[in-house]
Design a protein around this ligand. Structure first.
Ligand code: UGA
Length: 436
């Protein structure tokens, strides 16, 4: 099948590369000429395990191409996948302007019947609008149908999640569209759930918001554990044996971040409100998460009186390990507060520093100062206090004795529960974590 993919972010690029890997002919379209050149040379614009290998392999076969020339890419395609961003608007709704631009370009470019597949996360009902929008701008006598095919990959494991997805969701309004999508996904040999378009759109939000809810629930229980003397790690372990609950996404911590959960919880809350419904569970999930992100900071502030002039070690900047993404990362909320308080921050992150520097440039910021270092040891050297924000292996490998040895005062606030409270106590490290 001849496939065009609009957008080369996490969703678009990974989908395009994986489609080529299973044998389709793929053209990835992006507006950025530099990015296209980079991808042609086999370099991925995003940090994702295994992606560059597959790009190089499929670039070499000629099955995978990149272009800024959307018109020829869309003209020759049997199916066009849309994987552009749908960022959050100030009111929590999804910004659909990138989708609209691509739809107009599709309408102007297609020369034969084709299927447009929306992979981006879009509010329920958007596919209907997309179909109408394309029809409005079509000036040739061709049939363009629209299908929904939400994406479930997680950053850091995107290639694996795509090639070994738990299921493929397809939302269509006609047999023809359903058959074509089934054909595209046939070589993946994965379970396919075929539903109506609006249900497919809703499945995506329902899944993400359920996982976000699970995390907020565990964070809520963790906070209560602290008050009543229970240990959230033991509680989660005990819960995980119940198959109805499952063992994943039970980790309490610093709160969820990233480009999906924060945006998708707010978007569903907005959609409900728009339809005159109050989605109380999701609202609670958002509230708990907002509070959770700075819970350790608040505790530390209480303990320290002030951070003014103190050396603060920050271990981990990205919203989770395995990615260089800093969107909605809890570290940002905390760094802002620490800088306002005059902290002298020494931050370590194995992948997130270049992006972090765009938000917090090295040097004086307000009353505080931002420094980036190449190892956790450098960050900890003579530090007065340490915050752990991301569960990178490089950070996990720092042992309790290292905190004691390196820091001026061995005082650690750990948002990822990387250590047992006993081992920290034995090494005489003053240690605060979540739910214990
Ligand atoms: C999430 C979903 O997991 C994917 O299925 C979905 O396709 C994707 O959003 C999307 O909509 O594009 P992602 O945001 O990449 O993927 O990352 P997750 O691994 O889900 O983590 C999200 C946040 O939750 C991170 O900040 C992570 O640290 C936090 N988390 C995760 C916890 O605090 N506790 C857990 O037990 C699990």
């Amino acid at each position: 099948m001849n496939i065009a993919v609009a957008g080369t972010g996490y969703v678009g690029l990974v989908a395009g590369v994986c489609f080529a890997e299973v044998g389709h002919t793929v053209t990835c379209v992006d507006v950025d000429e530099k990015k296209v050149k980079l991808m042609e040379s086999g370099v991925s614009p995003i940090y994702e395990e295994g992606l560059e290998e597959l790009m190089k392999k499929n670039n070499a076969t000629g099955r995978l191409k990149y272009t800024t020339d959307y018109a020829s890419a869309y003209a020759g395609a049997d199916a066009i996948f849309i994987g552009v961003g749908t960022p959050e608007m100030p009111d929590g709704s999804a910004n659909l302007s990138f989708i609209a631009t691509v739809c107009r370009q599709i309408a102007e470019s297609v020369v034969h019947d084709c299927l447009v597949v929306v992979k981006s996360t879009v509010p329920v009902g958007t596919n209907d609008k997309v179909e109408q929008f394309i029809k409005d701008f079509l000036d040739k006598d061709v049939k363009v149908e629209v299908a929904s095919n939400p994406e479930f990959l997680a950053q850091g494991t995107a290639v694996h999640d795509t090639l070994h997805a738990a299921r493929i969701i397809i939302g269509t309004e006609s047999k023809e569209a359903e058959t074509k999508l089934m054909e595209i996904y046939e070589p993946f040999h994965l379970p396919i759930v075929s539903v109506k378009r609006r249900s497919a759109e809703m499945i995506k939000y329902a899944c993400n918001d359920f996982l976000a809810l699970k995390i907020s629930y565990m964070n809520d229980i963790a906070n209560l554990c602290e008050l009543v003397g229970a240990d959230i790690e033991d509680v989660a372990k005990g819960m995980s044996y119940d198959k109805r609950i499952g063992e994943r996404f039970l980790n309490a911590g610093i709160g969820f971040g990233g480009s999906c959960f924060p945006k998708d919880t707010k978007a569903l809350k907005f959609l409900a409100k728009q339809n005159g419904y109050e989605l109380k569970t999701v609202e609670a999930c958002v509230d708990v998460n907002t509070r959770q992100k700075t819970r350790l900071y608040e505790k530390a502030k209480d303990r320290m009186i002030t951070f003014d002039g103190l050396k603060v070690a920050v271990l981990g900047l990205t919203f989770k390990a395995g990615t260089d993404d800093l969107r909605e990362a809890p570290s940002s909320d905390n760094i802002k507060l620490l800088l306002e308080q005059g902290a002298d921050i020494y931050a370590f992150d194995p992948a997130g520093v270049p992006r972090a520097k765009l938000q917090f440039p090295e040097g004086e910021i307000g009353r505080g100062r931002m420094n980036y270092v190449a190892s956790p040891e450098e960050a900890l050297d003579q530090a007065n206090i340490c915050f752990v924000f991301t569960e990178w292996p490089e950070i996990k490998s720092i042992r309790p004795a290292d905190y004691k040895r390196l820091m001026k005062i061995p005082l650690v606030y750990d948002g990822r529960n990387l250590y047992s409270t006993e081992e920290m106590r034995e090494e005489k490290v003053e240690y605060y974590s979540i739910g214990r």
